[in-house]
Design a protein around this ligand. Structure first.
Ligand SMILES: C[C@](O)(CO)[C@H](O)COP(=O)(O)OP(=O)(O)OC[C@H]1O[C@@H](n2ccc(N)nc2=O)[C@H](O)[C@@H]1O
Ligand SMILES: Nc1ncnc2c1ncn2[C@@H]1O[C@H](COP(=O)(O)OP(=O)(O)OP(=O)(O)O)[C@@H](O)[C@H]1O
Length: 279
């Protein structure tokens, strides 16, 4: 069985421009994928059942975004279609790398093919948005400028550097950071050219470092080598480098109790390439 990739994403910057009536926030961000992520395996059958065979610590199967995504797609295929799903998990949960959203997107894209649902990318993104604000970008599959709650996407092609990513040993709750009174919610909107020429920061960083010393320590450590940033609402932090070796040299110096990895920024998602190969 061939693997389906569920790549990580980075938020290259993250500004909040306002709060909507439903409590969600309007934001501006830029997403780029990494050539690093989870692998999902789908073994379709005629049982009519969706069976997730990999255990996720602290996430009951019915709450898993993979099972939720498959369940939402089920009405669009014949009732006898079922699937056994297993996962090689590499992305930390609650790391700001979008692991859960990416797993959901890969499930929707893969089962749309394997169950022959015939849904358009637009329809898959619409279904995905009900699972999480970041699912549509993983379905769209191209690096993007995002507005709205993250679903209003414009493809962009920033440079594709090598990244050193550090995963502090803590989980940051996205809902907790977005509900903080300390969060800056009135950023002046910027334009794509202004971002591409270097503007933009992550406004969640200031809130996260106050409450999560592990994230503050990781940012401070990485700053010795290159300007560090946090992705999403954390906990992971990253810095970009011109070569794989430069990024690897930094990761090789990581204190032994810290986790980190080197990955290349990709403007085309590895999921898109895999979906095209299935045709
Ligand atoms: C911060 C980002 O990672 C940037 O890529 C995403 O916008 C978060 O996306 P996500 O993890 O898929 O988030 P969701 O599961 O949709 O939302 C988690 C919680 O974060 C808050 N939330 C999320 C996105 C958003 N634009 N405004 C919000 O206020 C809401 O309280 C929500 O209950
Ligand atoms: N398949 C899944 N993989 C990871 N997390 C999942 C999954 N299904 C449900 N979850 C839940 O979703 C939560 C957020 O996980 P996720 O890995 O998407 O966080 P994240 O990287 O911070 O995402 P984001 O950048 O979108 O905020 C987890 O803590 C977990 O409880």
């Amino acid at each position: 069985m061939k693997a389906w990739p569920a790549p990580a994403k980075l938020n290259l910057f993250l500004h909040i421009t306002g709060r909507r009536e439903d409590g969600y926030h309007n934001l501006q961000t830029a997403f780029q994928f990494l050539d690093f992520g989870d692998s999902l395996f789908f073994d379709t059958n005629n049982s009519g059942k969706i069976d997730l065979q990999t255990e996720f610590a602290g996430v009951p199967s019915e709450d898993n975004l993979i099972v939720k995504a498959a369940t939402l797609l089920k009405p669009f295929t014949e009732t006898h279609h079922g699937v056994d799903i297993s996962v090689t998990k590499r992305l930390p949960m609650g790391g700001g790398l979008g692991g859960g959203s990416s797993n959901a997107a890969t499930t929707l894209v893969a089962l749309n093919k394997l169950w022959q649902c015939g849904l358009s990318q637009q329809k898959l993104a619409q279904i995905g948005l009900s699972l999480g604000a970041d699912v549509p970008i993983f379905i769209a599959g191209h690096a993007a400028w995002a507005e709205g709650v993250g679903e209003d996407l414009t493809p962009i092609s920033p440079i594709e550097p090598w990244f050193a990513v550090i995963c502090p040993d803590c989980h940051v709750s996205t809902a907790e950071i977005f509900s903080s009174v300390e969060l800056t919610r009135d950023c002046e909107p910027i334009t794509i050219p202004r971002f591409l020429s270097g503007e933009g920061r992550n406004v969640c960083e200031a809130v996260v470092i106050k409450h999560y010393p592990a994230v503050a320590n990781a940012l401070e450590w990485l700053a010795q080598y290159a300007p560090p940033r946090m992705t999403g609402t954390g906990a992971c932090v990253f810095a970009d480098f011109q070569s794989q070796q430069q990024a690897q040299d930094v990761i090789d110096k990581l204190p032994s109790h810290w986790q980190g990895f080197v990955a290349k920024g990709c403007n085309q998602s590895p999921l898109t390439a895999r979906a095209l190969a299935e045709k």
